[in-house]
Design a binder for this molecule. Structure first.
Ligand code: KG4
Ligand code: ZN
Length: 394
């Protein structure tokens, strides 16, 4: 079966077409990626220090058709024939796109004729995420579903991050997922794919958000994670680095006997530290490097401590890590080391770098689990039932 997956929950417009060889195996990662396209808006949001929802919506609406065409081109399924629509269909599409009139125009003039053999299911992220951004993907999925008569499945973005390491690996269950992204920091107990129990989460900022806010304080642009990480790496590589002063940042909630996190205090501590340094005209490049390294160490210490606490208290065969921050090599290596030292029988799986940050392949994989288990409501195929759910809990 062939699955077209659509992801627009934040600042990436992503679409892929994958084929799952269902006859051979029930492994969700056993797919061929026929086409995969991602258009990132990160540079546009840089000046706001984070994702600006109405700008995200506008950019998704502008980019989603080119991203689809790129995916179809890569897949070799594109035809030269444009779709032909009658007046009734045009009226219906206009209604679907009533909040994205610019997308209506692009849709009717650029969508090619697709044969039903090309796509069996459409999977779309309906939450959690920024509502205006999610709606673009949702309405686009509805429009494709309506024009080509293809069923739509609603996918939870966080389930995508949970299954993202399984493209290249098999997990044994039960597993614990550590989800670390710009919007979420969660520990999820999973006794099988599709069954999730949240056992811990951040009480305020997500880890990626803490990276982005701290980066902003240091004068670095959004997304801050990779930039802080580069500075921290620089610090660690300079063995004879001359520490100007020793700084120490808090490890919030590291000893609390629960699985919750808090990162807003860490960012506030950086803010006070920077204010003091600025007063003394001491916020130079060396100091920024030192702050970045200490910040990254504080985050790493907290994540490891909570993850190990979670493993101690739950029977676990696999640890799955997902979300944009899992692209961080230092955090990845230290989590691997800590889990191995705690129990070398536990498998620890990370996504490939491209699947760490937001993408459509993970949404297709989450969809495949539902299709294989027949775990989706046929009513979901009804156009009216599909809505964006900004706060959808896994
Ligand atoms: O999963 P993702 O692409 O989007 C959300 O669902 O939020 O995660 C984006 C977040 C941003 O906060 C970004 O700064 C962070 O992931 N990030 C990183 C790294 N790469 C991306 N944080 C730390 N180190 C990295 N290498
Ligand atoms: Zn994400």
């Amino acid at each position: 079966m062939k699955i077209l997956a659509i992801e627009t929950s934040c600042d990436e417009t992503a679409i892929c077409l994958v084929e799952h060889k269902e006859n051979n195996t029930k492994t969700i990662g056993d797919i061929s990626i026929l086409g995969n396209s991602v258009s990132s808006q990160a540079n546009l949001h840089a000046e706001f220090g984070g994702v600006f929802p109405s700008l995200a919506k506008r950019e998704h609406a502008k980019n989603i058709v080119p991203v689809l065409l790129d995916t179809l081109n890569q897949s070799g399924v594109i035809t030269a024939n444009k779709i032909k629509l009658n007046d009734e269909q045009l009226e219906f599409l206009k209604e679907i796109f009533k909040h994205e009139p610019e997308l209506f125009e692009i849709f009717i003039s650029h969508i090619p004729q697709i044969s039903q053999n090309d796509i069996d299911y459409i999977c779309v992220t309906t939450g959690p995420g920024l509502a205006p951004a999610l709606w673009v993907g949702v309405n686009f999925a509805k429009a494709l579903s309506f024009v080509f008569d293809i069923p739509v499945l609603q996918i939870n973005h966080m389930e995508g991050h949970v299954v993202s390491p399984l493209l290249t690996n098999n997990a044994e269950f039960p597993a614990i997922s550590l989800l670390i992204s710009g919007g979420h920091t969660e520990l999820i107990y999973t006794d099988k794919i599709g069954s999730y129990n949240k056992i811990g989460q951040t009480l305020d900022d997500a880890v990626g958000e803490a990276y982005d806010k701290t980066a902003r304080l240091l004068g670095l642009t959004y997304p801050g994670g990779p930039k802080i990480s580069l500075l921290a790496q620089k610090y660690r590589e300079l063995n004879n680095y001359n520490k100007i002063s020793t700084i120490s940042l808090p490890r919030p909630m590291i000893n609390s006997k629960d699985l919750n996190f808090s990162f807003s205090g860490l960012k506030t501590s950086v803010l006070y530290l920077i204010r003091n340094l600025e007063k003394n005209d001491a916020l130079n490049e060396d100091m920024k490097i030192l702050i970045s390294a200490e910040f990254e160490q504080a985050v790493t210490d907290v994540l490891i401590s909570k993850l190990i606490f979670a493993i101690k208290n739950n029977p676990v065969k696999t640890v799955l890590v997902g979300g944009g921050v899992s692209a961080n090599v230092y955090i990845k290596e230290n989590i691997q080391k800590a889990v191995f030292e705690f129990d070398n029988q536990i498998k620890i799986l990370f996504p490939e770098k491209d699947l760490s940050t937001d993408n459509a392949v993970m949404i297709a994989m989450a969809g495949i689990t539902k299709i294989l288990d027949n775990d989706f409501d046929k009513k979901e195929n009804g156009l009216g039932d599909i809505v964006a759910q900004a706060n959808w809990e896994l």
